[in-house]
Design a protein around this ligand. Structure first.
Ligand code: NAP
Length: 531
């Protein structure tokens, strides 16, 4: 399937702009055909105006149509077959096995949201019946539910070119909430983005939704991205990337005359705490799991364990030796793009320049910069150095980890207290040790969006109970998750109807519960009609 390199603006393909770029194969550093056109200001306005007009028609979009859209997008992505995997592999250097799995996660996520929309209870309908005879003041009839927020702008992640990208979790959850979506494509994944964007464009047409329900535009974040964030008709933003990028967009959104939410998932170092009982029983096993988690996907996961904290002793020595051997045996591998590889090099240089930080092990082979490669590495320091060095608490995005040796439990707790917000925090402990170290759990619960007992933080299940979020700087809003069905809540807002005639209420709030959703009637969860 030849790529056209144009912007997808509703039902049209537009490329009036003179500025073009090409995606680059990170494994060879060669540009890939074709040229892609940056969207012009007029094209951006057209995309947002179409989305705004489409949203004005939302009353005529039934949940069944939204579910059909999500299903159809999944089918269209499946129909792209190997074309998608091949192009995505060229643009990211990710192996086809990983991409095939990520495609299944993407389509599975879309189909999961279709089921959420069909079932319908996510709107959290609440009905409080009136008490006209109440004294001294009668109680009105109050009915509340969630409604879509409006056109959503999505900035895809660099590290999940399918599952957190054009048809990824942000787009799927925004569509599921009933919002039109505009995606600012990643230049590195321009071809992959076009293929998936075309699948969505076809699905929008096939399910009879207004054309403005979806657009895909190309251009730099600092111009195109910011112009879109500032456009008055954009109502919310989904983002995954760096703290600097997320914060720039968040600040721009907050400075608008009419501020809007930016749900940015950003940096996390995902601390792993190893208590002595766990190390005594399983130091080698923990080293193997930690190595796998820290080097998976060349360490390019937001849940990569970049920090390990343990009490000094024989167990920790065994872990360091076993992990060190594995790190040395790890071959350098190609990262997603030059900027990420350079960011990783800079991060490890900063670690190495910090007095009191020791390099314990590094990949035995040197990385080839012509192939955008990174070498795995493990560093160690003591708690005092860690607590003094702000730089040691920064995310180093790639296959390295820093081990902090603590002399006492009090030091371990100080290290935990010093951490910023995290997506995850992990504790390895013998079961009875957790009682002794209850304070550690109490601290970590204030820091992280997901707490793990045993295991490793990479591998984020897409399901109703998942929370992929956390206090700043892990995200800009710790109330929400960007993975799992609860992600839909980011793109909805509550509205309450007071004393409204039955005929003017949405189906979910009428006396007869024709949609069969769970509702809270006078505080009690039920599917019964209101009588
Ligand atoms: P990024 O640089 O933050 O880029 C993400 C998006 O934001 C891109 O679309 C980018 O535009 C845009 N952007 C960046 N800076 C901006 C600014 N000042 N104003 C407006 N828009 C801006 O993230 P990345 O390229 O994915 O990766 C870089 C670093 O992000 C990594 O090294 C890593 O530290 C971190 N990262 C974290 C996660 C996570 O989940 N925690 C995931 C991926 C990356 P362009 O399209 O023009 O680039």
């Amino acid at each position: 399937m030849p790529l056209h390199g144009k912007n997808i603006i509703g039902g049209s393909l537009l490329g009036a702009g003179a500025e073009t770029f090409r995606a680059v194969d990170p494994a060879t550093r060669r540009p890939l055909e074709p040229d892609f056109h940056h969207a012009t200001r007029a094209e951006l306005d057209q995309a947002v105006e179409l989305a705004d007009r489409a949203f004005a028609l939302r009353g005529s979009v039934e949940p069944a149509q939204t579910a059909a859209l999500l299903e159809r997008i999944a089918d269209e992505i499946d129909a792209l077959g190997d074309t998608l995997i091949e192009r995505c592999g060229q643009e990211t250097a990710l192996p086809s096995g990983r991409l095939t799995g990520e495609r299944a996660r993407t389509t599975g996520q879309l189909r999961l949201f279709a089921r959420v929309v069909t079932e319908g209870s996510w709107v959290d309908a609440r009905i409080d019946r009136p008490l006209p005879d109440r004294t001294p003041v009668p109680k009105p009839d109050l009915r509340r539910m969630l409604i879509p927020i409006g056109p959503v702008l999505v900035f895809p992640a660099s590290n999940f070119p399918l599952a957190f990208s054009v048809a990824g979790g942000d787009t799927a959850s925004a569509f599921a909430a009933g919002c039109p979506v505009i995606v600012k494509a990643r230049p590195q994944h321009a071809g992959t983005s076009e293929l998936v964007g075309t699948a969505i464009q076809k699905a929008v047409a096939a399910t009879g939704l207004p054309e403005g329900w979806f657009s895909l535009v190309h251009g730099p974040g600092r111009t195109t991205g910011l112009e879109l964030v500032r456009h008055p008709a954009i109502r919310a933003v989904g983002f995954t990337g760096s703290v600097d990028g997320g914060r720039a967009l968040f600040d721009a959104a907050a400075a608008r005359p009419h501020p809007i939410p930016v749900y940015a998932e950003m940096g996390s170092i995902n601390p792993v705490f190893l208590l002595p009982g766990a190390l005594a029983a399983r130091a080698d096993e923990i080293a193997a799991g930690l190595h796998q988690s820290m080097t998976l996907g060349v360490g390019q996961f937001c849940t990569q364990p970049g920090l390990v904290i343990a009490l000094d002793g024989e167990g920790l020595d065994r872990l360091l030796a076993a992990l060190g051997r594995r790190v040395e045996e790890t071959a350098p591998a190609t990262m997603l793009m030059g900027a990420i590889a350079e960011g990783y090099q800079q991060g490890v240089r900063e670690l190495e320049a910090t007095s009191g930080v020791e390099l314990v092990a590094r990949s035995g082979q040197a990385p080839d910069p012509q192939k955008t490669q990174a070498a795995a590495a493990m560093y160690a320091t003591d708690a005092k150095t860690f607590l003094a060095g702000e730089v040691l608490r920064r995310e180093v995005f790639g296959p390295s980890t820093l081990v902090v040796r603590c002399g006492t439990e009090a030091q371990m707790l100080d290290v935990a207290r010093s951490l910023g917000g995290q997506l995850t925090a992990t504790i390895h402990a013998a079961e009875d040790e957790l009682d002794e170290h209850g304070r550690l759990v109490s601290i970590l619960v204030t820091k992280a969006g997901r707490l793990l007992f045993g295991g490793f933080p990479t591998g984020v299940e897409v399901c109703p109970a998942m929370n992929h979020g956390g206090p700043y700087p892990a995200t800009t809003d710790a109330h929400f998750t960007s993975v799992g069905t609860a992600a839909i809540l980011r793109f909805a807002r509550p509205v309450c109807y007071q004393n409204f005639p039955e005929s003017r209420l949405p189906a979910e709030l009428r006396d007869e519960n024709a949609r069969g959703v769970w509702r809270r009637v006078d505080g009690v969860l039920t599917k019964e009609d209101v009588c």
